[in-house]
Design a protein. Structure first.
Length: 221
């Protein structure tokens, strides 16, 4: 019988697993024979699927779209006020979408790794602040697509306030008290992660484009 992996390795692997699925996943990994190498190999293959499963379980499609629209609108408005020239750049709107994308990805992972047994009062603020910090850091890797620092600071501050308020008003799925684990009617329609999200995304994209085009027509003449 192969020896069990060292405790330090088990703890390190456990740290990579979302808390809600940690105990069950580690139990399954311990059942794999073959020693430390087999344990690490199984963990390498299993953990991404566990994380993705938690992302789907903790992501409300409607709220994610609201967060994305809020963040992107913050950057577009800050660009209009502080750096109007960026809106005339052919790649300007794509550049403005990079930080919101980083923040949204961070929020998805933060919610997936949240511990359902712990609900610190500052959790709604932690995700947006961490996401914006990573968005600032990621600008160094975007080269010529990096945004001006003043735009990042103002848009980031606006985005943090608005998204934090949104998350306080509509908490992440893991933080919502549910009676008999039965969600509200509108949540029943959208709590299946991102499956079948193509149509809502197209509708939201059309609405955003219409609003932005009207905004630009009225203010950029």
């Amino acid at each position: 019988m192969a020896a069990s992996p060292p405790e330090v390795i088990v703890r390190a692997v456990g740290w990579l697993i979302p808390p809600a699925a940690r105990e069950a996943t580690l139990g399954d990994l311990h059942e794999i024979s073959g020693g430390t190498a087999a344990f690490l190999g199984a963990a390498f293959v299993t953990i991404p699927f566990v994380v993705w499963s938690r992302v789907l379980r903790t992501s409300d499609a409607v709220v994610r779209l609201m967060e994305a629209m809020t963040l992107y609108t913050s950057f577009v408005l800050a660009g209009r006020w502080l750096e109007p020239a960026i809106l005339y750049d052919p790649s300007g709107f794509a550049r403005l979408a990079i930080p919101p994308g980083v923040v949204l990805l961070t929020l998805m992972l933060a919610d997936a790794y949240s511990d359902p047994k712990k609900r610190p009062p500052l959790r709604p603020i932690f995700g947006p602040v961490l996401g914006m910090a990573l968005a600032y850091a990621s600008q160094a890797a975007t080269g010529s697509w990096a945004l001006p620092h003043i735009l990042l600071w103002y848009a980031g501050g606006m985005g943090i306030v608005l998204v934090s308020t949104l998350r306080m008003t509509i908490p992440p799925i893991a933080d919502r008290p549910q009676l008999a684990r039965i969600p509200a009617h509108w949540q029943k329609l959208d709590l299946e992660g991102f499956h079948g999200l193509a149509r809502p995304l197209i509708i939201v994209a059309i609405v955003v484009l219409i609003l932005l085009s009207r905004f630009l027509t009225n203010h950029l003449k």
